[in-house]
Design a protein around this ligand. Structure first.
Ligand SMILES: CC(C)(COP(=O)(O)OP(=O)(O)OC[C@H]1O[C@@H](n2cnc3c(N)ncnc32)[C@H](O)[C@@H]1OP(=O)(O)O)[C@@H](O)C(=O)NCCC(=O)NCCS
Length: 254
């Protein structure tokens, strides 16, 4: 599933469909190596949680690498940075459940909540980092999060959510991260479908979904309340077969 080279986990296959995102080949480096078992993270589909009961892990965590990004585990030392980025009204305007102002307590709550949900197989979360060539080797700048949440084992389904620091918007990073997650999830797990939602005023988020091949499946009218107004929410989805078809199409082109 998830290969390891030295300490770096890499996706098992290079996928040309990602080229379309920035016109260049996005490298998801191939590695033929032993499966990795991370302490606390199930890699074989079944994981014992703290309570001793077994949770089915449909999406085991795997560190991912693209041409410009490293998608790694969120760590405690990231939290002060996440507070700086998320304590921003413009960023959280269309995000569900992110308080403003955003504090260290909120960041700690989030990390603990996601750790618990990860143990139960409900969430798979990545910290999005720039593989910055100006930094020392092995270091990277943390710029956002991406997660598959509401993982539904019975229906082999999950929902994606993401954010990027405002200083880094419109560089293609959210699209690159989302495509990497699709590549990993559809290429390495039994997930059949991924969904995503955005309030229709959040045009940039809709573009990210469309650039990554998601299709609009419906409109939830006046579904979310923001600043006293009820906003429409668009529902997007992508099937494993649709992602595979995009890959095949891209292979034919390049
Ligand atoms: C939505 C968000 C994740 C996009 O991240 P990003 O890294 O800037 O996304 P990308 O650069 O990959 O793509 C954004 C696309 O939307 C376009 N866009 C952004 N704002 C736009 C607007 N107001 N109108 C039209 N297009 C817009 C960009 O031009 C780009 O398209 P292009 O590549 O064709 O030029 C980021 O703005 C964000 O974190 N917002 C706050 C949190 C949030 O809304 N999360 C999603 C919840 S559903």
């Amino acid at each position: 599933m998830c290969g390891v080279v030295g300490k770096q986990l890499l996706l098992p296959a290079a996928l040309p469909s990602l080229r379309a995102l920035d016109g260049k080949r996005t490298s998801l480096v191939a590695a033929n190596a032993a499966l990795l078992r991370l302490p606390g993270w199930g890699m074989d589909g079944v994981h014992s949680n703290d309570a001793g009961s077994e949770a089915k892990i449909l999406i085991p965590f795997c560190q991912l690498e693209t041409k410009r990004l490293l998608l790694r585990q969120l760590r405690e030392d990231d939290l002060p940075h996440s507070v700086k980025m998320l304590d921003n009204k413009r960023l959280v305007e269309y995000m569900n459940g992110i308080p403003h102002p955003y504090t260290m307590d909120d960041a700690n709550w989030y990390l603990n909540d996601r750790r618990q949900k990860t143990q139960k197989g409900e969430v798979c979360l990545w910290a999005i980092c720039l593989r910055d060539s100006n930094l020392a080797p092995g270091t990277s700048t943390y710029i956002g999060n991406i997660e598959v949440n509401d993982i539904d084992t019975e229906n082999s389904r999950g929902n994606v959510g993401y954010w990027i620091a405002e200083s880094q918007w419109n560089n293609g990073y959210a699209s690159e991260a989302l495509a990497a997650v699709f590549t990993y999830v559809f290429g390495n797990t039994s997930i059949h479908k991924l969904t995503a939602y955005y309030t229709t005023k959040n045009v940039g988020s809709g573009k990210v979904m469309e650039k990554c091949g998601m299709k609009r499946e419906g409109l939830l009218k006046q579904h979310e309340k923001r600043h006293g107004a009820f906003l429409d929410v668009a529902l997007y989805g992508i099937l494993r077969s649709e992602w595979a078809a995009r890959q095949n199409q891209a292979k034919g082109k390049y």
